[in-house]
Design a protein around this ligand. Structure first.
Ligand code: A2P
Length: 273
């Protein structure tokens, strides 16, 4: 568990983790995950479609950190949902990770067939292969449908959210239903210019921190789980060094005010992958 005052969530998800989206299988992922574990991270977020589960597993084993001390998330890919291959896909992920269970398994996107996939995930959960099940990129209407068809509440909805696209209505909806929110693209994503924003730079200067640290701290204080991605050791360390300062109300509000309402990634109601 990490986070001091901000703590961990009910199912024990460390509130700050490492995301490995677009980190290629091999040395880059192995190094990133190892550096993160050395820096104190105990939460790694991957997905079958990222193609790097083997490297995540390798880094976990090589780190010497005990398996049960690390919260590992992976995700069921769209093609497997559509094909009704949830169970096969899950066991393939386990195989690649080289672990006997995952902490959190997510439906990656709400594609046709996700309702059937959810039932299979519930079974795997009851078989103790998964400590918690959840969803990703679900809008409120998907969550409402899920409530209608299943007695099992998703532990998590992992959604896009950053100061540029706060997605706050959905965050509030989830929190009202006791669904934890994890945010992807927390720093505005690859190639974005969020971290050059002068408001963030000013707040960063005042705290002797970087704009990335300010954004991560903002996420922690708004009560979401944040999984910034980096493949650079210094940044991985820096992104975890966010527990020794606090943003005040005015600073929090100034960062919320950067919201443009424009997504960086795909809209869960309109995508084609
Ligand atoms: P890199 O992997 O080269 O470090 P997000 O988590 O929003 O998807 O954004 C991740 C992007 O931000 C990546 O391109 C990552 O690049 C970059 N990044 C991550 N941490 C930092 C940091 N502390 N300072 C600057 N850029 C960062």
């Amino acid at each position: 568990s990490v986070g001091g005052a901000v703590g961990t969530t009910g199912i024990g998800i460390p509130q700050l983790g490492l995301g490995v989206f677009q980190t290629p299988e091999g040395k880059e992922t192995v190094d990133s995950v190892r550096w993160a574990l050395e820096a104190g991270y105990r939460h790694i977020d991957t997905a079958a479609v990222y193609g790097n589960e083997e490297s995540v597993g390798q880094a976990l084993r090589e780190s010497g950190v005990r398996r049960r001390e690390v919260f590992v998330t992976t995700k069921l890919w769209n093609d497997d949902i559509r094909a009704g291959k949830t169970e096969e896909a899950f066991y393939q992920s386990l195989d690649r990770l080289g672990t006997s269970y995952v902490d959190l398994y997510l439906i990656h996107w709400p594609v046709d067939g996700w309702q059937r996939a959810w039932e299979v995930m519930v079974d795997l959960y009851h078989q103790h292969r998964i400590r918690a099940i959840g969803v990703s990129n679900f809008h409120q209407h998907h969550l409402e449908e899920l409530r209608m068809i299943s007695a099992v509440r998703p532990a998590v909805d992992q959604i896009e959210s950053s100061p540029q696209f706060t997605n706050q209505d959905l965050v509030d909806y989830c929190h009202g239903k006791r669904i934890h929110v994890e945010v992807w693209s927390p720093l505005g994503g690859t190639g974005g210019d969020l971290l050059k924003d002068p408001v963030l730079q000013r707040i960063a200067d005042e705290h002797g921190k970087s704009p990335a640290q300010i954004v991560i701290r903002w996420h922690l204080q708004r009560g979401v789980i944040v999984i910034p991605k980096s493949t650079h050791q210094e940044r991985i360390k820096q992104n975890f060094d966010v527990f020794d300062f606090t943003l005040d109300e005015n600073e929090m509000a100034a960062i919320y005010a950067l919201n443009t309402g424009k997504r960086n990634g795909a809209d869960p109601d309109n995508f084609s992958f």
